[in-house]
Write a protein that binds this ligand. Structure first.
Ligand SMILES: Cc1cc2nc3c(=O)[nH]c(=O)nc-3n(C[C@H](O)[C@H](O)[C@H](O)COP(=O)(O)OP(=O)(O)OC[C@H]3O[C@@H](n4cnc5c(N)ncnc54)[C@H](O)[C@@H]3O)c2cc1C
Length: 432
């Protein structure tokens, strides 16, 4: 265990307790410590720890890392200028749009990225407790008075002023506080692996909108290939590969709802997909470190805040339903939550703020994602869509949620109108 993550040194009290040191929690701890608050950052894991992910950073995430002061982390990493979209015998290159966000993305293995953000929080003054799990709360009236922390030797309370809950997709502490995840709205299931490749320095993200299983059947999902570069330092540097080869993150994802669950064995599909893209991506070895996980999406959770606590990131289902990205939303919601720390009672204000930022886009996106869980929808939209590079650049902008409130062009106005209509007919709008 590294010296900045001691167990057994749980202080009696703290101004801000952040539970979970993924991108959301660590960014929140860094922002709050920079603002002069006493911050304790507790994670059940000891870092560096892995997180099942595609490791892809969209332009939104690049912008947010920059704002956090970690832009330099991307120096010497792949600069991904666009996407190669594939399907139905076609391939279209679409550059990331230019506008308020940088016109490029990147990819950093989560083993490295999360530890770098966590270390930043510690440098800025947060006290890190690694291997310490938040298991329960003691209420003081309507507010959390103490959080019970289990350090492996016993359970001890820590008195808290405010709590930021960033404990990820299953959000155990969120559940204790009343968080409910609604799986009748679209959610994701996805698997990733690492493969060696001579093309790991490509400047493009690969994406297959037509995903087929080992028997050729069309699946309601997508595949990705994200180049990580040469990766000659850090925890993944030791993965077996030929001299000169770098690493790719290869993965497959599917959308599901409780009505149409994705009954797929992801591992064989992922292995099949890796074989399918092997020539194009010069893959020189089998997929390793295969892992799968769920993705909560589109703000499909209720009870995201109380008097002195807020859920952020995956705990608040802040994942884009159309592309499964959540790192950027974890970083953004961290910043927004810390900006609110001085305010009274977050119970209504926090879901209201999240709905104001993401409600329209998430509502329309998860409605579309729900449609995409029907296998016949994917070819009906994908086959004609992929024939037009112009249409695909609109799709990339919409799917990446790269439309801002200031954008006044036709696509932006149409997408916002779709969001307004969708929110009006939602039986349970995002974050409600
Ligand atoms: C297969 C897959 C591929 C994906 N690909 C991408 C991608 O390419 N790009 C992208 O932007 N997003 C992607 N995502 C989504 C992304 O991984 C998440 O949105 C992101 O990790 C959310 O960050 P977070 O900080 O909210 O939570 P997490 O990163 O999950 O961190 C939560 C932390 O909380 C800790 N914790 C949990 N419970 C407790 C507790 N009780 N006490 C203390 N600590 C606790 C955990 O140990 C963990 O460290 C993908 C997801 C999956 C499953």
């Amino acid at each position: 265990m590294s010296s900045d993550q001691p167990r057994g040194e749980i202080p009696e009290s703290t101004d801000v307790l952040v539970v979970g040191a993924g991108p959301g929690g660590s960014a929140a701890a860094a922002y709050a410590a920079s603002a002069g608050r006493h911050v304790v950052l507790a994670d059940a894991a000891v870092f560096p720890r892995d997180k099942t992910c595609g490791d892809g950073l969209t332009p939104r995430a690049v912008a947010e890392l920059d704002g956090l002061g970690l832009g330099h982390l991307l120096d010497g990493r792949p600069r991904l200028d666009g996407l190669d979209l594939n399907g139905w015998g076609r391939s279209v290159y679409v550059p990331w749009p230019s506008g308020r966000f940088p016109a490029y993305g990147s990819a950093v293995a989560r083993l490295e990225l999360d530890d770098a953000i966590r270390r930043l929080a510690v440098e800025r003054g947060a006290q890190m407790l690694g291997g310490v799990k938040a298991v329960d709360v003691e209420m003081d009236g309507a507010a959390i008075g103490s959080v019970l922390l289990d350090d492996g030797h016993g359970v001890r309370p820590i008195r808290v002023g405010q709590v930021i809950v960033a404990d990820g997709v299953r959000s155990g502490l969120g559940k204790v506080l009343g968080r409910k995840w609604h799986r009748d709205t679209a959610y994701g299931v996805a698997a990733r692996a690492y493969v060696p490749s001579a093309r790991a320095d490509a400047r493009v993200m690969g994406s297959h909108l037509e995903l087929r299983g080992p028997d050729g059947e069309l699946l309601p999902g997508y595949g990705w290939v994200f180049p990580l570069g040469t990766v000659d330092s850090g925890p993944l540097a030791g993965l077996d590969r030929a001299a000169g080869d770098g690493l790719l993150n290869v993965g497959v994802g599917a959308l599901a709802t409780s009505k149409r669950p994705a009954h797929m064995a992801l591992r064989p599909i992922l292995e099949h997909y890796a074989r399918m893209v092997a020539d194009e991506w010069q893959i020189s070895g089998p997929p390793v470190r295969i892992a799968s996980a769920l993705l909560p999406m589109g703000g499909a959770v209720s009870n995201v805040a109380g008097c002195n606590w807020m859920l952020i990131g995956d705990a608040a289902a802040c994942v884009n339903p159309l592309n499964g990205e959540g790192i950027d939303y974890a970083l953004e919601t961290a910043r927004l939550a810390v900006e609110r720390l001085g305010a009274d009672d977050h119970t209504d204000a926090w879901p209201g703020l999240l709905a104001g930022h993401y409600g329209l886009a998430f509502s329309a996106a998860r409605r579309l994602a729900g449609l995409l869980t029907m296998p016949q929808t994917v070819p009906a939209l994908g086959r004609p869509g992929i024939r037009s590079a112009r249409l695909m650049s609109v799709v990339v902008r919409v799917m990446g949620n790269l439309i801002t409130a200031d954008d006044a062009d036709l696509v932006a106005r149409a997408w916002r109108s779709a969001g307004r209509v969708s929110t009006r007919v939602d039986h349970r709008p995002p974050f409600a």
